[in-house]
Write a protein that binds this ligand. Structure first.
Ligand code: GLC
Ligand code: CA
Length: 517
């Protein structure tokens, strides 16, 4: 059991996302594993991260890299055993860190025994565990479907890939004409949610600190405003409050105004959904590449921030296993400036493994385990200059995904030895964040300059005891913005300090700075 301490640790958490198959291989089979992660915990702690999100590590046929679970209760043998995972929890806690597992409540693999039972023609305990129509000739409303592989006469709704049948949490407003559509309160959906609570109980009792929840916003079907899904999560929140009040929950939802109502502590801004997150890092002209627009992002952020205020946190990730690597679009000094932003915003920051050294997207790879264009952002971590960049001693051809083969590929060891490296800059930024409450998750934010197609971006972070002005200018030009604050020495500056001019403050080209007011 994790110690009874509440979820206050989120207020100063900096997360590191680990894709287990690509992080560190401890037994030379070419695939990362739990013992490998344990070996590298000190590396993560040294960077300054205090928490981990571990991508799915459960039994699976790996048609979607583990997001197609076939046994929620068992660590996939390629990663180790349940005992190894328990040891990982203990080792994480021994370093004063926390760890979230990835919960995939929306769908399973077709190989899951629940689905195998559900496909049978005769009625059984699992008949209503998934969403089925009454006839193979009818398709489920609002979802794609899987058809023609069961003895049962019906089409089964799928969530993502066609081998991921959708678990049944009901329709928001079942159509009375379609008898097969159930409501959340019907027996099938109620059994599904209880089964998912059992899964959560199992891992929380073993010592995990909570979950990142996959596709959390799409469980109840035909639920346009998310009301049914919010209600579902409130039900789970009540269970957690009663049995595991310390469990931290973060949603892959992308709409904080909804997810936080559902009782999540945090929600991500994502490459999909209404957040304009892509405007910053991944679009034709990203703001952080020096010629983009930040204003729509900021407008949407303020809207979500106001709706969610004090209920929970909005997390901005550097990237994740579903997006292009940050270094594909943002390079050099600008990567450092992007991290100055990520590490000075409210909400817990998430660093995708390898982003701290600027790992690149490996182009031109064949898809691995349902990765498709995501595969190149999931390549094995580059630790040092030994065999396979220190990821694994297996023959190169056995590696889970091919590595970046460029001669100048970044490595963790080089960057740790160089105080001017991206990793060293990130380490400094985390240290500064951790020594100023105003910069942490719950410090307030007020934007003071975020104009259409203009630079810089400026905001003030504050708490009861201090106020910090953050000015971010990834553009190639010195830029002046109106600001009447009197500045003291910067807490942090990269690329030159702000200068006072007749019209306001001037932020040097390619610079970032934090100033105590
Ligand atoms: C989430 C995961 C993604 C997965 C999908 C289906 O978006 O992050 O990797 O493919 O859900 O589970
Ligand atoms: Ca291994």
């Amino acid at each position: 059991m994790s110690s009874k301490e509440g979820t206050g640790w989120l207020d100063s958490a900096v997360f590191y996302e680990i894709y287990p198959q690509s992080f560190k291989d401890s037994n030379a089979d070419g695939i990362g594993d739990i013992n490998g992660i344990i070996e590298k915990l000190d590396y993560i702690r040294e960077l300054g991260c205090t928490a981990i999100w571990l991508n799915p590590c459960f039994e699976s046929p790996f048609g979607d890299a583990g997001y197609d679970v076939s046994d929620y209760y068992k660590v996939a043998s390629r990663y180790g055993t349940n005992e190894d995972l328990r040891r990982l929890f203990d080792e994480v806690h021994a370093r004063d860190m926390h760890i979230l597992l990835d919960l995939v409540p929306g769908h399973t693999s077709v190989e899951h025994p629940w689905f195998q039972q559900s496909m049978k023609a005769e009625k059984n305990e699992f008949t209503d565990r998934y969403i089925w129509t009454d006839s193979i000739w009818e398709e489920p409303t609002g979802c794609a479907s899987l058809r023609g592989i069961s003895q049962r006469d019906g089409s089964c709704a799928v969530n993502f890939f066609s081998h991921q049948p959708a678990l049944n949490y009901g329709y928001y407003k079942p159509d009375p004409e379609k008898k097969w559509q159930q409501s959340f309160d019907d027996e099938g959906p109620q059994q599904t949610i209880e089964a998912m609570k059992d899964v959560m109980r199992f891992w929380l009792s073993m010592g995990c600190d909570g979950f990142r929840v996959d596709m959390a916003g799409s469980l109840v079907k035909c639920d346009e405003d998310g009301k049914g899904t919010i209600r579902l999560w409130q039900n789970i929140r009540a269970f957690l409050d009663a049995e595991f009040p310390d469990a931290a929950m973060v949603s892959e939802w992308g709409e904080p105004d909804k997810s936080l109502q559902g009782g999540f502590h945090m929600d991500f801004l994502l490459h999909f959904g209404p957040s304009h997150y892509n405007d910053l890092f991944r679009c034709e002209k990203p703001f952080f590449a020096g010629e983009g627009d930040v204003s729509e992002f900021v407008n949407k952020y303020i809207e979500s921030y106001e709706k969610s205020e004090r209920k929970g946190l909005i997390c901005i990730p550097s990237g994740n296993h579903d997006m292009d690597r940050l270094a594909k679009t943002i390079q050099g000094d600008r990567l450092k400036i992007a991290f100055a932003f990520l590490l000075s915003m409210p909400g817990a920051p998430f660093i995708y493994y390898g982003d701290e050294i600027g790992m690149r997207k490996v182009e031109g790879l064949a898809s691995v385990e349902g990765g498709y264009d995501r595969t190149g952002s999931r390549s094995p971590m580059q630790w040092d200059h030994s065999t396979n960049a220190g990821f694994s001693t297996a023959p190169k051809s056995d590696l889970y995904i091919s590595q970046d083969e460029s001669v100048d590929r970044p490595t963790a060891s080089d960057q740790m030895a160089d105080e001017h490296s991206l990793r060293s800059e990130i380490k400094r930024l985390i240290e500064i964040r951790q020594s100023h409450e105003a910069l942490q998750s719950r410090g307030e934010i007020i934007f003071i300059y975020a104009e259409k197609n203009a630079y810089p971006l400026a905001y003030i972070r504050s708490c009861e005891t201090e106020q910090i002005l953050v000015v971010i200018n990834p553009s190639d030009h010195d830029v002046v913005f109106p600001c009447e604050y009197v500045l003291k020495e910067p807490l942090y500056s990269f690329g030159g300090k702000l200068r006072v001019t007749g019209e306001g403050l001037c932020a040097p080209a390619r610079s970032a700075g934090f100033y105590k007011l």
